[in-house]
Design a protein around this ligand. Structure first.
Ligand code: SF4
Length: 164
């Protein structure tokens, strides 16, 4: 289970399943490239950057108080927030307690994220559901979403669909 699983769970459960089954289609080129550049440039002043823990946590930067994530825009705010909460929870399990901070470069704003008991309960439930989705033989049913045009699986999901 990684932060990306949590993010895809929020964005689209079908995407989560396709990703978990290693079905790789056209990469989200521009977005991926944009994200890579953003991460490369972010938090240069912070010593602890680009931290990887147990193949689960991939943190942009961490300082004395915050786990920091940089994002281009807040369009996927809900998914970003849960991804960061997942990191905070996994760190808490390892004895590290911090708050989170998401920095949105386009809107030039930051959002503080704090892990609550309710979030922990929701994350536990979420992780169970993620495992159940991944264990399914078939992907969840295709349901059109606002996010679809930007998704790497767009052509896969829309094969045979009438365009709107
Ligand atoms: S194209 Fe849409 S329905 Fe298909 S995986 Fe992506 S977000 Fe989900």
């Amino acid at each position: 289970m990684s932060g990306l699983h949590v993010q895809y769970y929020i964005v689209c459960k079908r995407k989560l399943w396709l990703y978990a089954k290693n079905i790789n289609l056209a990469p989200e080129n521009d977005k991926v490239m944009e994200g890579a550049i953003l991460h490369e440039r972010a938090y240069r002043q912070i010593k602890e950057r680009d931290i990887h823990i147990d193949n689960q946590i991939q943190i942009d930067a961490m300082d004395k108080y915050y786990v920091r994530e940089v994002k281009n825009s807040s369009k996927m705010n809900e998914a970003d927030r849960w991804q960061l909460l997942f990191y905070l929870y996994e760190l808490k399990k390892r004895g590290v307690e911090k708050k989170g901070l998401i920095q949105y470069t386009k809107e030039k704003k930051t959002q503080e994220v704090e892990l609550t008991h309710e979030d922990i309960a929701r994350l536990d439930k979420m992780m169970n559901e993620i495992e159940q989705i991944i264990d399914c033989v078939q992907p969840p049913k295709f349901v059109k979403k606002r996010y679809c045009p930007n998704c790497a699986y767009h052509d896969f999901c829309f094969a045979g669909e009438e365009s709107e």
